[in-house]
Design a protein around this ligand. Structure first.
Ligand code: CAA
Length: 384
């Protein structure tokens, strides 16, 4: 093939990691998935199990106390957790999203201070870009940071913040020069314990109910100037570069949710008998399973190719990150809907897990940029 076609091949280590995470997810996370959804409560058991196995933030570089896992290994962790509980998969995913700005652009001091507790499982990291009136138009944000001697003072409201209240650390994008739009935005690390930080009531959502989504209020939050991530005015570029890498983790979540639904439906059609035989013996059902597996495999290959691009400076990463997220999330939506169809009326009830998987899949078409925004990103960054 062409020399630049280097699809990521999973190594023996990746396969072993998948086995480990699958076993842990089935034993320690799956038993709580329905309850976490029903009660809309944080999956504490999942966090504890992930931390005990050092799987809550595998992406943290070794130099800062982490496992230094590559993008594919991170994808595999998220996939396997999402296969049983999408809410829980937001722990490793958002830990990467929140901390990647520091890893990509932060000073050595910031890395030392904030990555070690994340790697040890003592702290989680959230990412604060969106606002009530700045969602798809992220550069239209209003949150302000004003310099005051050796400090910055932050004021504003961030919205849709995953794991808000549970995380100790927050990457916050704020306007430092209102004249310059995206070039006047800077990134900061804010701590939950900083004076003036508070949280809104948890949003009442369709899915991923176990993962709290709250507003973050910044009321005269005064932080030392060295908490700025990278240079002044580079915060928006850092935020976008981060999403290039982390949209792949949303694709991973979509893969995991879809795999969970496909596995469940595959088992169900072998058990369920109508007209005197298992419904899986009917070709109409077989064709549905074939389509589901085909879409899932195509989405997986695209996601793994994107993960390979995430490992190095690659001009096509922006396209691949957006394409993987868009394609895998659409596939997950179709596959989970088909899983409900295969279970019939039973699939529509909470006695079976596929309706939860369908509700959880929906968010992957929305967050880290709607799939319409992904198309804008792809169109502006067509493969070279
Ligand atoms: N890499 C590096 N720099 C980038 C970049 C990238 N991928 N994309 C943009 N930039 C920088 C560039 O420096 C660019 O300036 P130049 O034109 O000089 O190159 C500057 O940013 C401005 O870029 P654009 O002109 O493209 O900005 P725009 O206002 O047109 O917006 C957008 C682009 C793609 C629509 C962007 O606003 C966007 O991605 N919107 C969606 C926001 C989003 O994904 N939000 C998700 C929130 S996080 C979340 O959901 C997390 C969760 O809880 C799980």
């Amino acid at each position: 093939g062409s020399p630049d076609f280097d699809l990521y091949r999973t190594s023996e280590e990746h396969d072993m990691l998948r086995e480990t995470v699958r076993a842990l997810a089935e034993a320690k996370i799956a038993p709580y998935a329905a309850e976490v959804d029903e009660q809309a409560r944080f999956p504490r058991e999942a966090l504890d199990a992930l931390v005990a196995a050092d799987l809550q933030a595998v992406h943290v570089p070794e130099a800062f106390g982490g496992a230094g896992a590559d993008a594919l290994a991170t994808v595999i962790v998220i996939e396997e957790v999402a296969r049983v509980c999408a809410s829980s998969s937001l722990i490793p995913a958002v830990n990467k999203l929140g901390s990647l700005p520091v890893i990509l652009s932060g000073s050595e001091d910031l890395k030392k201070k904030y990555l070690a507790p994340l790697a040890k499982g003592e702290a989680m990291f959230s990412y604060c870009l969106s606002e009530p009136d700045a969602g798809s138009d992220a550069a239209g944000m209003k949150t302000r940071a004003v310099r005051d001697g050796d400090y910055w003072v932050l004021n504003g409201v961030k919205r849709w913040i995953t794991n808000a209240g549970e995380s100790e650390y927050y990457t916050v994008m704020a306007v430092t020069d209102p004249e310059k739009r995206s070039k006047g935005i800077s990134a900061f690390v804010v701590e939950k314990s900083d004076e003036g930080v508070s949280f809104g009531a948890p949003e009442k959502k369709l899915g991923i109910k176990g993962s709290p989504t709250r507003e973050v209020y910044l009321d005269n939050v005064r932080i030392p100037a060295d908490r700025m991530i990278g240079a002044e005015g580079t915060g928006f570029a850092t935020a976008m570069k981060t999403l290039d890498h982390t949209r792949i983790t949303i694709a991973a979540q979509a893969l995991g949710i879809a795999q969970g639904a496909l596995d469940y439906a595959k088992g169900y059609v072998q058990e369920r008998k109508q007209f005197g035989k298992p419904i899986g013996d009917f070709q109409g059902v077989q064709f549905m399973l074939a389509d589901m597996a085909m879409k899932l495999e195509a989405a997986r290959q695209l996601t793994y190719a994107a993960a390979a691009k995430s490992e190095r400076v690659d001009a096509d990463l922006t396209f691949f990150g957006a394409a993987a997220k868009c394609y895998a999330s659409d596939a997950a939506m179709e596959i989970t809907l088909d899983a409900i169809q295969l279970l019939g009326g039973y699939g529509y009830t909470r006695d079976y897990p596929v309706e939860r998987m369908m509700r959880d899949a929906k968010i992957t078409q929305l967050y880290e940029g709607t799939n319409q925004i992904q198309r804008i990103v792809m169109a502006r960054n067509l493969p070279k």
